[in-house]
Design a protein around this ligand. Sequence first.
Ligand code: FEO
Length: 394
Amino acid sequence: MKPREIRPEVYWVGAIDWDRRLFDALIPLPDGTSYNSYLIRGSEKTALIDTVDPTMEEVLINHLNQLGVEGIDYVVANHAEQDHSGTIPQVLEKCPQAKVIVTPRCKGMLIDLLLIPEERFITVNDKETISLGDRTLEFIHAPWVHWPETMLTYLKEDKILFPCDFFGSHLATTDLYVTDEGQVYEAAKRYYAEIMMPFRTNIQKNLEKIKDYAIDIIAPSHGSMYDKPEFILKAYHSWAFDEPKNIVVLPYVSMHGSTCEMVEYLVGALAQMGVTVKQFDLTVTDLGKLAMALVDAATIVIGTPTVLAGPHPSVVYAAFLANALRPNLKFASIIGSYGWGGKAVEQLIGMLPNLKIELLTPVLSKGFPKEEDFKALETLASTIAQKHKEHGFA
Ligand code: FEO
């Protein structure tokens, strides 16, 4: 592949990772991903914005060679995570005069993670600028999108914002700019849910911080660029600021059918009352889909059988993730079954300290659910519907 020109002397020089299926040994990547790196040749200085995952080092170096780049003056590291910083050492080796531009916090992290010598860094303050001659880079500190050291880089004359992970999507594509908005919306929402949602209040602050910048292009470091920035700005605004919707997320496991029977009854009752339900069998579900559903949901109901006196281990994993992702949930309940006893409810509730939720009365069935259990599920459904209505969740 060749470098792609975005503006005169501004190039995409990244790498597309079509076949990667797991990120951080944790996050599913159904559509692969890309590591976008950008080269800006000013009249006096040349800057590289972020690099690529170390597995793609050759692709980046090949792109730079094709452009005949002899010397890079600045490597801007917006973020220390290795999928963007991991090839900085190779670029520094190729360009002995190059300096790495970072926030003070990022400098320490890159020394720790990549053993880059201290003298190779220039640290920049919030809103500081560096001239490339006829072009100017402004560095906007934007902590916690999604690590503490992150910043955004703004190319003033061309009105291009390089926000690294912020606004990104794990999507392998040859489309330089978004063409299929539906596909990108889903990929960007998945990315927000898995990576950015735990830092929602910081996302809000950083959205506020950039609102007065004139932006023609948002060029993130994963997925396509946005030549209509309003599309992704509006989506982020809604995910980060909006109240939850009239939605219940229902992750569950059933071993012998009792919990599944209860799940199906509750889902039917909620649907009848006009509440949208998103049901996930945790033995087969893509956890990214569950994370996405949590972005908008007002309520989580967790379904579990009892295993060795506690919840099923797959349910424990899902509860741990839901707690870590800190969605804007308002209500929670637990349904499930047991054979002779156990503490599934207490253990699960104890796993959700990050969520500011009201617990609605759990429904536990001894063995296969009976009439009184279905009545209790009916009551739970009507309580949820009523609570959503009272709060105006539509
Ligand atoms: Fe794409 Fe936080 O790295």
